[in-house]
Design a protein around this ligand. Structure first.
Ligand SMILES: [Zn+2]
Length: 291
């Protein structure tokens, strides 16, 4: 069933757990991830990222995501991840997305606030949840997209969100989720991360009730993920580790087969592995909540 992001976040705060936010760029991922959400009884946002337009355009992806989301027993929000352009986000509104990340974090703070506020004024009356980002999220993904180039990862603290700015951002925008930078990285880590959980606690105390988001969940040791959730993180984007999980097994199937392997066989094998990996992650995000 479709459930608003705002409703999900309120329950996550009450019971101290975290909403998973996972990209579903194909039907295999979509089916596997929703099955995992049903199995664990965890609410979830299924995402179309603007950076995946070359994989599947939003006009193709979102109607399918809405159909599956409505039919699912899990609480689902059909979400746009990293919408960089206002027009793209408005297209998502017209397609029926129930929550949208309008990412203006590349702009100076004042313009970020103005843009996000302008968008919220339009979509909040429609019940659509809005996520924004403040501070720089470093990337460790090979990408040619502006703002997504591989970052210098030698000192992650230079990217951290500043609590004063986070407080002002939340107060002036009324955003539903503010994604902050506190030591996580888009893509996979080079070394073991060291999340600044004290920074999460401090910002959570000053966020005027706004839920805090974390991107780059993949590769974070589960112990650190649990600490971040307990400190106040209510939405975690977790994709790379799930999307790469089937690859070694699929390669093995192909290498060991004496005959050409049907793609449908590989797809089913991938779906099973994505399902199992997602169940594992969602159980961590449950953080001991009785669900
Ligand atoms: Zn992100």
């Amino acid at each position: 069933m479709l459930v608003s992001l705002q409703e999900m976040l309120a329950d996550a705060r009450k019971h101290n757990y975290c909403i998973a936010s996972i990209n579903t760029p194909n039907q295999i991922s979509l089916r596997a991830i929703l099955a995992a959400a049903e199995k664990t009884n965890m609410p979830i946002t299924i995402n179309h990222a603007q950076t995946e337009e070359n994989v599947v355009p939003i006009e193709i992806a979102v109607p399918l995501m809405l159909e599956y989301g409505k039919a699912s027993k899990a609480a689902v929000s059909v979400h746009v991840d990293h919408g960089f352009e206002f027009n793209h986000c408005m297209k998502a509104v017209r397609l029926g997305c129930t929550s949208i990340m309008y990412d203006c974090s590349r702009f100076p703070m004042e313009k970020n606030i103005e843009e996000v506020k302008r968008f919220i004024d339009i979509v909040h009356p429609l019940g659509i949840g809005v996520e924004a980002e403040l501070g720089d999220m470093p990337n460790n993904m090979p990408s040619e997209i502006h703002g997504q180039e591989t970052s210098d990862l030698s000192d992650l603290s230079v990217y951290f969100t500043k609590p004063d700015e986070a407080e002002e951002f939340c107060e002036r925008t009324g955003v539903d989720v503010l994604t902050i930078s506190f030591g996580s990285v888009h893509g996979m880590y080079k070394d073991e991360p060291n999340l600044n959980v004290d920074l999460v606690k401090e910002i959570d105390g000053r966020a005027h009730g706004v839920a805090l988001g974390m991107h780059g969940g993949s590769g974070t040791p589960f112990g650190q993920v649990r600490k971040a959730i307990t400190a106040g993180i209510r939405k975690i984007n977790y994709f790379t580790a799930i999307d790469t999980a089937p690859t070694p097994a699929l390669a093995k199937t192909i290498m060991e087969s004496k005959n050409p392997v049907n793609f449908s066989i590989l797809a089913n094998q991938a779906m099973e592995i994505i399902y199992e990996k997602t169940v594992e992650v969602l159980n961590v995000f449950k953080n001991g909540a009785n669900r």
